[in-house]
Unconditional design. Structure first.
Length: 315
């Protein structure tokens, strides 16, 4: 198959590209190389892919000639976006609407003109739920985002559903729950925590650390993408992709202390606006439709990320 991956230089995008190539597919990667976190990391992600079966286009989805790029493409994995729940307030909101809503709408319009596309997989987010009405949260529960970021991810998901409904664009939206693992973005908790453990630095916790997340290992998220592309599901489908960990940040710190055999130095500060108290996803739908379930538990996954942090940040 010929796959197009947007956000190919990012954490999930670059891991997905490697899996697709390993599975024998040809991949076109697109990335705007924005500087929300170190561009050098994105360049390193692209270099680590290798050029066999992979071509890379650096550019902005709001400007590129997408119809030309989509010629002959079978699968689209739309991973690009402006991430980060805590930074989406104030003037920066315009960055989020442009990268998450406008770019998705532009891509969907282009896909309407291409008849080879068999699946359009959209990287949605658990942040669409906000503080949910129940746990584990089901896809049909009322979304009520807590952050402007979550609003943009939900808007783009709605766009996918209505292009499916009106024009038959074969979209599947995957709601990722806090993805972690080797290569995780440097603004995210596990990379910050494991780096601090390796370098014996202070860990900053937002709030009292009792917030709960359904942390999901990156290879499991990549596998959900591959299944969503390969296995038929109705256009406009929406699935939770949740690792099943349901663990508080304090419990993560305990586990990390044990795995790293260090006593971590932790500072507790203010809770940040936009952070939800809890995420937790019911995964019955994706198990029934795509045969997906998380394979990597928190202990094993955190150990993998700690090993990666030792190599990446260790002296
Ligand atoms: C993550 C991603 O950053 C979002 O892009 C994604 O959409 C979202 O998951 C999702 O599931 O939809 P978040 O859960 O905030 O958002 O992920 P982390 O940055 O790993 O934070 C996890 C928890 O640790 C949060 O409660 C956060 O406040 C806390 N944290 C994070 C700290 O206490 N200190 C830090 O230095 C970083």
């Amino acid at each position: 198959m010929r796959a197009l991956v947007t956000g190919a230089a990012g954490f999930v995008g670059s891991t997905l590209v490697k899996r697709l190539i390993q599975d024998g597919h040809d991949v076109i990667g697109i990335d705007a190389m924005t500087d929300y976190y170190e561009v050098s990391i994105k360049r390193a992600n692209i270099s680590s892919i290798g050029l066999d079966r992979f071509s890379f286009v650096e550019g902005d989805l709001n400007k590129l000639d997408l119809v030309s790029l989509l010629q002959g493409v079978d699968w689209i994995f739309h991973q690009a976006g402006q991430p980060g729940v805590r930074k989406s307030w104030g003037e920066d909101f315009a960055i989020y609407t442009r990268a998450n809503v406008d770019a998705t709408q532009r891509l969907l319009e282009a896909v309407r003109q291409i008849d080879t596309v068999k699946r359009f997989v959209y990287a949605s987010s658990s942040s669409v739920y906000g503080d949910a009405e129940r746990y584990p949260t089901q896809e049909t529960d009322r979304p009520q985002p807590m952050s402007p970021y979550g609003v943009t991810k939900l808007s783009a998901e709605h766009l996918c559903c209505l292009y499916a409904e009106n024009f038959g664009v074969p979209t599947v939206s995957l709601r990722y729950f806090t993805v972690y693992g080797p290569g995780q973005r440097t603004d995210m908790a596990f990379t910050r925590f494991t780096k601090a453990a390796v370098l014996d630095e202070k860990i900053q916790i937002y709030g009292n650390g009792e917030q709960i997340r359904d942390f999901t290992y990156v290879d499991d998220v990549v596998d959900a993408n591959v299944r969503a592309a390969q296995i038929d599901s109705p256009a406009g489908s929406v699935f939770n992709v949740a690792g099943g960990s349901n663990t508080s940040v304090n419990e993560v710190l305990d586990l990390l202390g044990e795995l790293s055999e260090t006593s971590l130095s932790v500072d507790y500060g203010e809770k940040i606006a936009g952070d939800v108290y809890r995420t937790g996803g019911n995964t019955d739908q994706i198990r029934n439709a795509l045969g997906w379930s998380a394979q990597v538990g928190l202990r094993e996954g955190l150990e993998q990320q700690l090993n990666w942090a030792r190599t990446t940040f260790g002296g």
